[in-house]
Design a protein around this ligand. Structure first.
Ligand code: NAD
Ligand code: DAU
Length: 349
């Protein structure tokens, strides 16, 4: 079996659903169920004997050690993190605790477990990281490859960078078979509507402003979440311990282009009552402090060495994503109640 941490979040829940759709290997999901964790994402697995959920933190060393002793996972896939840049600007503490201290505790428990295994070569610790650790690019700079210097610019990316360094050190010093992936921006089903794409879909159909930070010309490299999941499975199967793999969509867009495209798809699938475009709702708001201008991933290594390329284009992925949100109003309603409203009020005041 494999241990997945943070599996009730956006990417983790997509990963578990895909994993169990393609394999009968059981999954143990350890998740602290923060505001970003949602058991509803995995409701279809409630009676599935291959799936076990444990409510707890990766920072709880005793709990993680007990789970490893009891379940003997052959691999750990670490998604657990505080993941929202804007929240890290308002309050970095949780990011330090989970993304650095939590990752350290998980590594320590994994090292002890791995040290007692008969076949230590087979074990894998796959750490999910981000392209944001490399900092920002200017127009015309080559995309980030695995050799790029780490230059994190936000408390979020700095905390992820710290964890990546720990991963490297645990492989280098102890030989723990660690793999790290650095992925670009994901989008797709179960994406919490505080991030750009689901926020814009939700705001559009609720008749609210579509907020673009600054001039809206910042660039991100978007990847459909299920393509990220297939890349992770590939790295787990065939990646070399100690290596890092950049994952991206070969798909750079300005935020303005992304929002215009969402408006076009919504205009077609759910036209506004007055017949005008959702573009009418676009509003430019105060920029994010320290906002990175451009991210772009060179995903050539994972393609050359492991044969992975994204299957989805942005056009097909965005259409699937908009449809998913339109088809799941109950999911959206449940996650946008309560503390979500406090966040929106604070962030966009
Ligand atoms: P998310 O915020 O949607 O989910 C994070 C999950 O981790 C939640 O279920 C939360 O409850 C859980 N969690 C938080 N603290 C925990 C703790 N101490 N112990 C156990 N569980 C805890 O995040 P996501 O977008 O699914 O991102 C998953 C991972 O992928 C993160 O490590 C993130 O840095 C990385 N990543 C995300 C993206 C993206 O575009 N979303 C891109 C590249 C990398
Ligand atoms: O690059 C990978 C990263 O992508 C992951 O490591 C993070 O976990 C994930 O949250 C994401 O970070 P971003 O900061 O790029 O994602 P977000 O959706 O918050 O913002 C995308 C872009 O849109 C960014 O340039 C900021 C901008 N934005 C965002 C919001 C929420 C706006 O213009 N308006 C908004 O209201």
């Amino acid at each position: 079996m494999i241990l997945v941490t943070g599996g009730a979040g956006f990417i983790g829940s997509n990963f578990i659903l895909d994993w169990l759709a393609q394999s009968d290997e059981p999954v143990l999901n350890l998740d602290a169920l923060t505001y970003a964790g949602n058991s509803e994402n995995l409701a279809s697995l409630t009676t599935d004997a291959r799936y076990t959920f444990v409510h707890g933190s990766i920072g709880d060393g005793a709990l993680v050690t007990n789970l490893m002793t009891r379940y003997q996972p052959r691999a750990i896939v670490n998604f657990a993190a505080e993941s929202h840049v804007d929240r890290s600007i308002h309050g970095p503490e949780d990011f330090i605790q989970t993304n650095i201290v939590g990752a350290f505790r998980l590594l320590e428990a994994a090292r002890a477990h791995w040290g007692g295994l008969r076949d230590r070569q087979e074990f894998r610790f796959l750490h999910i990281s981000t392209d944001e650790v490399f900092g920002t690019l200017q127009a015309g700079d080559p995309a980030f490859d695995e050799q790029n210097q780490y230059q994190p610019n936000s408390p979020y990316s700095a905390s992820k960078a710290a964890a990546d360094h720990l991963m490297r050190a645990y492989h280098h010093t102890y030989g723990l078979p660690v793999l790290t992936t650095n992925c670009s921006n994901n989008y797709g089903p179960f994406h919490f509507p505080e991030k750009l794409i689901p926020l814009v879909i939700h705001n559009a159909i609720s008749g609210r402003p579509l907020p673009l930070y600054g001039d809206g010309r910042q660039i991100r490299d978007w990847l459909y979440v299920k393509d990220h999941c297939s890349a992770i499975r590939r790295v787990l199967d065939a990646g070399l311990p100690g290596q890092t793999y950049n994952i991206g969509g070969w798909n750079e867009r300005t935020n303005l282009e992304v929002v215009m495209m969402l408006c076009d798809v919504l205009d077609e699938l759910k036209p506004r009552a007055d017949g005008s475009s959702y573009q009418e709702q676009i509003t430019f708001v105060t920029d994010r402090p320290g906002h990175d201008r451009r991210y772009a991933i060179n995903a050539g290594k994972i393609e050359a060495e492991l044969g992975w390329r994204p299957a989805e284009t942005f056009e097909t992925g965005i259409r699937k994503t908009v449809r998913w949100y339109l088809d799941h109003p109950d999911w959206v309603r449940n996650v946008t109640l309560g503390s979500y409203r406090n966040w929106i009020a604070k962030q966009y005041a």
